[in-house]
Design a protein around this ligand. Structure first.
Ligand SMILES: [Ca+2]
Ligand SMILES: [Ca+2]
Ligand SMILES: [Ca+2]
Length: 274
């Protein structure tokens, strides 16, 4: 039996608590099983004892390698399946008919997805040209770094690296861009950093895709790199994981890919590796 079959179910109490925080109802919670272990030793107790047991106590490349093995055990989605997945992972906690768009922060009807101006589409936070993985099943369909975003703002971000600075976007206040980089709004800076670093650990070149790695450049072009690492590390510290990001990680784990973003569960592992 694989790791995910042993550990992918979320404890009932934690599920109910998360929905209470989000203003949802218990009836909307995903099914939990009576035999699921409780997270009695704090929010991470059960995960540390099970999912992360081979990573605990490690640092540097040993930690990165252990996490790569752990999170590579996953279910993979097709690009068309990503639409419905994002409607669940990025649901507006205040309106179950909507999703929250990553950069604009706008609440938009789930049904308004598509390619026209004003609609939302699938933003690859690790721009798919950086490593040229496209939308074949793999990094291009990994919902840990895919987010709903306004079609025009997605286009403005394009395949730019991440860095501070630039001109504020008129249609997405709080976000800035210049000729070679994009700065997301403060509330999602850490989310962006942790998505990029997840991709670096998950994709190590041992499958048919490139080894993705962060660096400190803003001129990576089509190289399998995203910058700037120093800025992403700062963003991760400034914007620690919140309830929305943690719930998103749980929904991906419970319902879709059955793997986790370790940096949402253990933000201190950013510094332990980089
Ligand atoms: Ca720049
Ligand atoms: Ca955040
Ligand atoms: Ca890598």
């Amino acid at each position: 039996m694989s790791r995910r079959h042993l550990f992918h179910r979320r404890p009932l109490l934690a599920t109910l608590a998360a929905f209470a925080v989000l203003g949802g109802t218990a009836a909307a919670a995903p099914a939990a099983t009576p035999e699921a272990p409780a997270r009695s030793a704090g929010p991470l107790g059960a995960l540390d004892d099970t999912y992360y047991q081979d990573a605990l106590g490690k640092t540097g490349t040993a930690l990165k390698g252990a996490l790569h093995t752990i999170i590579s055990d996953q279910t993979k989605l097709s690009y068309s399946q990503v639409w419905d997945a994002l409607k669940a992972t990025d649901e507006d906690p205040a309106n179950a008919s909507n999703v929250i768009l990553l950069y604009t922060g706008r609440s938009e009807p789930k049904s308004d997805n598509g390619g026209n101006v004003g609609q939302w589409n699938r933003e690859h936070v690790w721009a798919k040209s950086h490593g040229d993985f496209g939308t074949a099943t793999g990094p291009g369909t990994d919902i840990h770094h895919l987010r709903p975003e306004d079609v025009s703002v997605n286009s403005t971000r394009g395949n730019k690296d991440f860095d501070n600075g630039g001109t504020e976007l008129g249609d997405a206040p709080g976000n800035y861009t210049d000729g070679d980089s994009f700065e997301p709004r403060d509330a999602v800076k850490g989310d962006v950093a942790r998505m990029i670093l997840y991709m670096a650990v998950r994709y190590e070149g041992d499958d048919s895709f490139a080894d993705l790695e962060p660096n400190d450049s803003v001129s990576n072009g089509s190289a399998p790199n995203i910058g700037r690492l120093s800025v992403l590390k700062t963003w991760s510290e400034q914007d620690p994981p919140d309830t929305f990001e943690q719930r998103r990680n749980d929904v991906i784990f419970d319902q879709f890919q059955h793997n986790r973003n370790p940096f949402i569960d253990h933000p201190e592992w950013v510094e332990a590796i980089w």
